[in-house]
Design a protein around this ligand. Structure first.
Ligand code: ATP
Length: 247
């Protein structure tokens, strides 16, 4: 059974019809990449799944882990096990690395309150020490203000913070390598592989085709709000998809 399944999703911002029947699925344990040019609808797909700043879904459905989550509010989707690393990182720039990771304690308190209402909750997916093992650069910079980190380090912190969510089953990464220098792109990519090796399912949104195909098992290509191609990494590499991608 698929962990995530989008079936014919049509999403709108006001009158603008952005997603035009998007269908794809991800099995448990897979790393799947969603590729496409600027404006193809990648972020809109992430927001449709996660319910954050959501476009209106007028038809189609999104199923996750056996539930129809199409109309669920963002908090319930997060509690159900979908974590988002948003485009642009959105850290608490005045706080230190460690404080950013600890912020999830506050969030967790809030979660526990909700849990008393019977909506679920639980332990963080990874402890702060486990995160420092995964991201040694963050370990070295525990007391540094997040706003003074390099772009790559900020991206690592943004990913690490999301891994503090309880019950995480699916990680949505929205262009994690955007704006990073090549050797940092590789470091972030390697971290994503390591996270996947620990059993997390990953949807990786990327414009960086080469890096995405290095990390993923399978991929889809989105163009003008529609999936125009889907296949294994080998299939994607052998197809001529240049017109849909930044290459
Ligand atoms: P990028 O790589 O540039 O982030 P993307 O593939 O993620 O591109 P989206 O951000 O999903 O693309 O945008 C798809 C289309 O939806 C674009 O034409 C964009 O202008 C439009 N759009 C995005 N957000 C809104 C909004 N809040 N209101 C109206 N239109 C929007």
């Amino acid at each position: 059974m698929s962990l995530l399944e989008l079936d014919g999703v049509h999403a709108y911002y006001g009158p603008s019809h952005i997603l035009r029947g998007v269908s794809f699925d991800i099995d448990e344990g897979e790393v799947v990449t969603l590729l496409g040019r600027n404006g193809a609808g990648k972020t809109t797909t992430v927001r449709s799944i996660a319910g954050t700043e959501p476009p209106a879904i007028r038809s189609g459905s999104i199923r996750f882990d056996g539930d129809d989550i199409t109309d669920w509010p963002a908090d319930n989707i997060a509690m159900g096990g979908i974590g988002v690393v948003p485009e642009g990182r959105r850290l608490f720039t005045e706080l230190t690395v460690e404080e950013n990771l600890e912020m999830s304690k506050i969030t967790r308190g809030w979660w526990n309150t909700i849990r008393r209402g019977g909506l679920g909750g639980g332990e963080s997916t990874m402890s702060i020490d486990e995160l420092y093992d995964l991201f040694p650069r963050l370990d070295e910079r525990r007391t540094q203000q997040a706003g003074t980190l390099s772009g790559g380090e900020q991206q690592m912190l943004s990913i690490a913070r999301t891994l503090r969510l309880p019950n995480l089953k699916l990680l949505l990464l929205d262009e994690p390598t955007e704006g990073l220098a090549p050797q940092i792109v590789k470091a972030v990519g390697d971290s994503i592989t390591e996270i996947a090796d620990q059993g997390l399912t990953v949807l990786l949104i990327e414009q960086n085709v080469r890096e995405a195909l290095r990390i993923a098992d399978r991929g889809y290509v989105l163009d003008q709000g529609d999936i125009v191609y889907g296949g294994t990494v080998d299939e994607l590499e052998s197809e001529d998809l240049d017109e849909y991608l930044v290459v």
